[in-house]
Ligand binder design. Structure first.
Ligand SMILES: Cc1cc2nc3c(=O)[nH]c(=O)nc-3n(C[C@H](O)[C@H](O)[C@H](O)COP(=O)(O)OP(=O)(O)OC[C@H]3O[C@@H](n4cnc5c(N)ncnc54)[C@H](O)[C@@H]3O)c2cc1C
Ligand code: SF4
Length: 532
């Protein structure tokens, strides 16, 4: 299939779907390639009693454990945080937890405010219309009026606080710390063809009810109806360039493993913060010997994860550990820089309901809380359904040595070199995590919790993949410009988490998709002179 298309999008996940939907109104010929396929809700683990066990097998968030044909192995041996993702239509939104904060205005100005990293070339206000559009498209539930952040208008009412939320809120009130019901992309009423949440169980390994928004059921049906062609099981090996140094198309393997070329006027990358640098580094040519769009040498560098400091304990009162969406509240009490602390920037707290019974048993056994023998069932009953937990999502600052390169040996099933991760947690992040753990323990004490446990960092917590092709005005210090176009290749755009300049202290997907919609809007406004 070598007839030329107007726009070729690589990756059908969070950002690729938003881009496809937004550009569809131009009536250009748009094709999206994804290495994975559609996932059937009837196959989701939450349909069966073994839903928790499958989290350790074919629905593991780790591609290395899942090991499906559409996954690519990742060498993350040299990282204390392992990469997790999902490859297929919907991308990692199939697996995500649907916690839906936005970056704060200060996150775009960290150099000006705190003298670290770099300011973004855009600001929060420029993204507001796109945050709002994205909230409507994904279907967000929440409660307006949060004093901890700028105003927003979630289109659906918030989730009920439930048993856990009430306990958490009252402990936070004792401490006088900010808390608010979290925004989530979980539908609390029937919405755009999706059924509302019925509190069936844990949402993270995909929601069979369709209440949790993943882009296969939000953006994609609209984009496809508007004429976008989505080709599944098509894995892109490299982006090709012509004699003018412009992207000319991609070489990919189709579902039968046949190598094909697709020509394109414009190429948009939406492969996430690991997949995008991997593909750029694999796209070497005479003109771009160090990989495509890499004259700055920054492709793959400045990887940011958000180290998670998770702390939990057990209360006497019952909680709704394994029912209802896992995240219910957030706190921005420690979000902004405080000169009295020994670190810059900050973190948010993400409160969780707990774990399902199998996870509770496995984790409590590993932590030495659950004895074998006569006392086993009595102790298990005291733990199961009594957990409350919180995680400090720590802002990770960009550091060039935290990076994605190509592994010299490891490849995917098509023989394409795999990514290799080198990552260490910085001193600043370590101090922030220690602060978060200390505050979390104060909170758990206020809630009357005992048997306190800590996971810091969460080992399989590399879910936020940011910074590896960052935006900026200066081509020597960034990979794409302020509207997502590669400085080196004028018809190449990047719209996923790679372009983040800094990570903020919140989950990023709301901001990733707002950025994709913003970049699509910029492209539409400049269609007549896109390549100038
Ligand atoms: C377990 C888990 C929990 C999470 N919880 C949250 C949360 O609560 N809140 C939040 O904000 N975020 C959360 N996230 C993160 C969120 O899912 C990601 O931030 C978001 O999906 C990233 O969007 P993206 O478009 O950059 O990439 P993705 O959504 O990962 O999509 C990338 C797509 O590109 C495709 N692709 C990659 N390389 C190629 C190639 N060479 N050829 C063809 N296709 C390719 C992949 O198959 C994939 O479909 C979570 C993630 C996980 C895994
Ligand atoms: S709790 Fe709600 S959103 Fe989560 S899996 Fe169940 S129905 Fe879906």
């Amino acid at each position: 299939m070598s007839d030329i298309v107007d726009v070729l999008i690589i990756g059908a996940g969070a950002s690729g779907a938003a881009m496809a939907y937004s550009l569809a109104e131009t009536k250009m010929r748009i094709v999206c390639l994804d290495q994975g396929g559609w996932t059937k809700p009837s196959d989701y683990p939450t349909n069966g009693r073994d839903w928790e066990a499958r989290f350790f097998g074919d629905y593991s968030p780790s591609p290395n454990i899942r090991g499906r044909a559409e996954d690519y192995p990742i060498n993350d041996d040299a990282s204390p945080i392992k990469v997790v993702n999902y490859n297929g239509v919907g991308g990692s939104t199939i697996m995500y937890t649907a916690h839906w904060p936005r970056l704060h205005p200060s996150d775009f100005r960290v150099r000006s405010l705190d003298g670290v990293a770099d300011d973004w070339p855009i600001d929060y206000d420029m993204l507001v219309p796109f945050f709002e559009e994205n909230d409507r498209m994904m279907g967000v539930s929440g409660l307006a009026g949060d004093p901890g952040q700028p105003p927003r208008n979630p289109p659906m009412p918030q989730q009920p606080l439930g048993l856990s939320g009430a306990i958490i809120g009252s402990a936070m009130n004792q401490l006088g710390w900010h808390w608010w019901p979290s925004d989530t992309t979980v539908a609390t009423m029937d919405y755009d063809g999706r059924a509302r949440c019925i509190n069936l169980g844990h949402c993270t390994p995909a929601c069979a009810q369709g209440a949790k928004a993943s882009t296969d059921i939000t953006y994609w049906p609209h984009a496809i109806r508007a004429g976008v062609e989505l080709r599944t099981h098509c894995r892109v090996r490299e982006i090709t360039v012509n004699a003018d140094g412009m992207a000319s198309g991609v070489i990919y393997y189709d579902k039968d493993g046949v190598e094909r070329f697709q020509a394109a006027e414009v190429v948009v990358m939406a492969c996430n913060g690991i997949g995008t640098p991997r593909l750029l580094l694999n796209s070497k040519s005479e003109r771009f010997p160090d990989g495509l769009a890499n004259s700055s040498g920054l492709v793959g560098k400045n990887l940011m994860f958000h180290p998670y400091a998770q702390v939990y304990g057990y209360v006497d009162a019952p909680t709704d550990s394994n029912r209802a969406p896992p995240t219910c509240l957030w706190s921005k009490e420690f979000y902004e820089t405080d000169p009295a602390r020994d670190f810059v920037r900050g973190y948010s707290f993400q409160f969780g309901r707990g774990a399902g019974p199998v996870m509770e048993a496995v984790m409590s056994d590993a932590k030495g809380l659950l004895p074998w023998g006569d006392d086993h069932h009595r102790v298990f009953r005291r733990l199961n359904g009594h957990r409350i937990q919180l995680s400090a999502i720590c802002e990770d600052l960009p550091e060039a040595h935290n990076r994605v390169t190509l592994d010299p040996v490891l490849t995917d099933s098509h023989g394409i070199p795999s990514p290799k991760i080198d990552y260490t947690i910085s001193e600043n992040s370590q101090r922030m995590m220690a602060h978060g753990i200390a505050r979390a323990k104060e909170f758990l004490a206020a809630a009357g919790a005992r048997d306190i446990c800590t996971n810091s960092p969460i080992l399989y917590g590399g879910w936020h993949l940011l910074g590896t092709a960052r935006m900026g005005n200066d081509p020597a210090r960034s990979v794409v410009n302020e509207w997502g176009r590669a400085h080196d290749v004028k018809n190449l755009f990047i719209v996923d988490g790679s372009i983040f300049v800094t990570s903020g202290g919140v989950n990023p997907t709301s901001t990733i998709q707002a950025l994709a919609l913003y970049i699509a809007d910029q492209m539409k406004q400049r269609l007549a002179n896109l390549f100038d």
